[in-house]
Design a protein around this ligand. Sequence first.
Ligand SMILES: [Fe+2]
Ligand SMILES: [Fe+2]
Length: 173
Amino acid sequence: MTRDILKTLKTEHDELRGLFAELKETTDRGVKKREGLLEKIEEALIPHAKWEEKVFYPAFKERADREGLQTLAEAISEHHAVENSVIPEVHAADPSTPEFAGRTKVFGEFVDHHAKEEEKTMFKMAREMFSANELAQFDEQYEDWKQSDAASALIAMEKTKAGVKGAVKAMAQ
Ligand SMILES: [Fe+2]
Ligand SMILES: [Fe+2]
């Protein structure tokens, strides 16, 4: 089967949706489960989002028309909201509390909404912009990048940032 970055990104969206669905089923007593699922979500989401921001979105921008540029601006704005507000609020909550349940539910809703917009609008545009060969090349680059030291370093840094922002938010509560 030919490789296709858009299929890979869609599959990752679905994996995230599955993890959020599992998280929603947890109770305030399931602290270990909640922590484990949040960890898995971040391990899946951070490389996905960072690669979109560093490679896919800029390539999309180069070929986008006005409508495409607006769609891109929405996507970037949603990434920022999740990174700067939604995730830090989750980290500021104790996993044994209803606050954690509420905030991770919002986190899941944000990710689902954003993923839907990408799938229904952006990826449709991208399929017109890029050849099958280009989409296959992106897919290979993404896989290589995920296994690189640069990606591991970036993921570790982003996780630390989320923790620090969460601690700051927790103090402000
Ligand atoms: Fe995205
Ligand atoms: Fe995405």
